[in-house]
Design a binder for this molecule. Structure first.
Ligand SMILES: Nc1ncnc2c1ncn2[C@@H]1O[C@H](COP(=O)(O)OP(=O)(O)OP(=O)(O)O)[C@@H](O)[C@H]1O
Ligand SMILES: [Mg+2]
Length: 230
C-alpha cells in the first residue's frame, strides 16, 4: 500500500500541496484529476522521490519514505513516467531501456517482453532518443518505466500530444501492466478517459483534495465542478 498522509509540498516559499491524504492499494488504478497548476505533477514527484517532503508524509507498506531519492523509490518499486518524457538524449533507445532495467527490480517486464508487447519500439532501438517524434519518446518513456518492474507506476500526462492511435497503444500497454498486478496512478487531462481507465479518482484543486470516489459511479457534474473550481 502506498499511503500519502497530510502531505505538504513547497517550492521555496510557495506551497503547492496542503495536507493531501490518499492511498493506492496494490493493483488498483487511481486517477488524479485537476486543472493546470492544481498540484498533480507535484504529488507524483513527491511519491517518486523527486521532491523533498516530510519523511512520514509518504509510507510504502508502512515504512516512511517521504524525501527518499528517486533511485531509492525505484528500487522499492515506485516508478515515474514524467511529464515531458525526459529520456537520456545521449543514449539510444536500447541503451535507455537497458539502463532502466539495471536500475529497477527484476521481474516479468524485461526489455525483450516490452518489445514483444510493443513491436513499434523495435525499429527504433538503435536511434538516439533525440531522433524520435514526441509520440515515440512517450512510448519509450513508458517502456522504460515498465522494465523497472515497479509495483506502483506513476504516469504524468502519458497521452498528451499523442495521435489517437498512439493513445490507444499507450492504454493497451497500461492495461497489460495492470493485468500483471501493477498499481497505476494516472494523470490524464481527458476526464472521461481518466474515469474510464481507473478504479478510483481523486480531484485536486489548488493543492488540496476536494473530491474523491469510485470512478465507475462518479458524478460527472461534480467532477467537472471540482475540476474547474466552481
Ligand atoms: N519548480 C517549481 N518552482 C516553483 N513553483 C512550481 C514549480 N513547479 C510547479 N510549481 C507550482 O506549483 C503548483 C502546482 O504545479 P504542478 O506542476 O504540480 O501542477 P499540475 O497539476 O501538474 O499542472 P498541469 O496540469 O499544468 O501539469 C503550480 O502553482 C505551479 O506553478
Ligand atoms: Mg503537471
Amino acid at each position: 500500500m502506498l499511503r500519502i498522509e497530510s502531505l505538504d509540498a513547497h517550492y521555496g516559499l510557495f506551497q503547492a500541496l496542503f495536507g493531501v491524504t490518499l492511498s493506492v492499494a496494490p493493483g488498483e488504478t487511481v486517477s488524479l484529476i485537476g486543472s493546470n497548476g492544481a498540484g498533480k505533477t507535484t504529488l507524483l514527484r513527491a511519491m517518486a522521490g523527486a521532491l523533498k517532503v516530510r519523511r512520514d508524509s509518504i509510507r510504502l507498506d508502512g515504512d516512511p519514505v517521504g524525501g527518499a531519492s528517486e533511485r531509492e523509490q525505484l528500487a522499492r518499486g515506485v516508478a515515474l513516467v514524467p511529464e515531458g518524457r525526459r529520456l537520456f538524449p545521449s543514449l539510444t533507445v536500447h541503451e535507455n531501456l537497458q539502463l532502466a532495467a539495471r536500475n529497477g527490480r527484476p521481474g516479468a517486464w524485461t526489455v525483450e517482453r516490452v518489445l514483444e508487447s510493443f513491436p513499434a519500439l523495435r525499429p527504433l532501438l538503435a536511434r538516439p532518443a533525440t531522433a524520435l517524434s514526441g509520440g515515440q519518446q512517450q512510448l519509450v518513456a513508458i517502456a522504460r518505466a515498465l522494465v523497472c518492474n515497479p509495483q506502483y507506476l506513476l504516469c504524468d500526462e502519458v497521452s498528451l500530444g499523442l495521435s489517437p492511435l498512439v493513445v490507444e497503444e499507450v492504454y493497451q500497454l497500461l492495461a497489460l501492466a495492470r493485468r500483471d498486478g501493477m498499481a497505476i496512478v494516472l494523470v490524464e487531462q481527458n476526464v472521461r478517459r481518466a474515469l474510464a481507465e481507473s478504479d478510483r479518482y481523486v480531484c485536486i484543486q489548488k493543492g488540496r483534495v476536494v473530491l474523491e470516489g469510485i470512478s465507475a459511479s462518479a458524478d460527472r457534474h461534480a467532477v467537472a465542478q471540482a475540476y474547474f473550481g466552481v
